[in-house]
Ligand binder design. Structure first.
Ligand code: SAM
Length: 233
């Protein structure tokens, strides 16, 4: 049994590890207090183990739009603490294959060493393969290949922490995702906020787009996050 939320908040954060972000001057830091973990960069929290409802919704909403009897090919970028991956596995058939592209090798290592238990050790599932590279590269490598591409690589299309993620969310990036999906495939994008310009770009790229507002926590509490679901017709 862990401490209550109030009691654990009195405990100072302890740094477990830190690592450089490839292709960037920045660093990512892994912190712990009691049973709560936090991944941070440049003063921004990328992911916290107490709040993961909308990260799970990202996978659930996309999977609910796929043929339940088919074996899916799913691409996820990035890994974070593995909650999106675990939710996709829960909905996927036995022969589904999920490729996770994670930019920061240390995040993969942290999942193997410290964080795996949080989401039920999804990296150990035989349906999963993880590659340590930019998801932009994985998207560009195949056409008409994926049933779903799930993107939660930043705070959203505004790309607060990684300027380079504009390549994913700009017109060319969205066209690349469109081409990488099979007809009927779904591009699902997580964001901390709404972004009307991004909705217009999704439509311009050819997606039939739906915007869903979800709560940060599965309890229905917490701030509201936005998920775009774009279907390649
Ligand atoms: C907010 S976290 C993802 C949280 C995840 N959905 C979960 O359920 O825990 C963002 C992750 O994307 C990774 N990332 C950032 N830019 C990336 C990129 N271009 N390609 C792949 N991974 C990226 C970060 O290192 C981080 O692990």
């Amino acid at each position: 049994m862990g401490l209550s939320i109030e009691a654990s908040r009195m405990i100072p954060w302890k740094e477990i590890d830190r690592a450089k972000i490839p292709g960037n001057e920045g660093e990512v830091i892994l912190l712990v207090r009691d049973q709560e973990f936090s991944i941070r960069t440049a003063g921004t929290e990328l992911m916290n183990s107490r709040i993961h409802g909308s990260e799970e919704s990202l996978a659930e909403l996309a999977c609910s739009r796929l043929d339940p009897n088919a074996n899916w090919q799913i691409l996820i970028g990035g890994l974070g603490m593995g909650y999106t991956l675990a939710a996709a596995l829960e909905h996927a058939n036995f022969d589904t294959q999920i490729l996770v592209a994670e930019l920061i090798p240390a995040v993969v290592k942290w999942n193997q060493e410290y964080l795996g238990h949080l989401a039920g050790r999804p990296l150990l599932d035989p349906r999963v393969r993880v590659i340590e590279e930019d998801v932009v590269k994985a998207i560009g490598e195949k056409t008409s290949a994926w049933d779903a591409i799930l993107l939660d690589v930043d705070n959203g299309p505004a790309g607060l922490t990684q300027k380079a993620n504009d390549r994913l969310y700009g017109n060319l990036g969205l066209k690349a995702s469109f081409d990488a999906l099979r007809p009927g495939g779904i591009l699902a994008v997580w964001s901390s906020g709404v972004d009307e310009a991004f909705t217009r770009r999704m439509t311009l790229a050819g997606f039939k787009t739906k915007i869903v507002s979800v709560r940060a926590r599965k309890s229905g509490k917490g701030s509201k996050h936005t998920i775009w679901l774009g279907k390649r017709p």
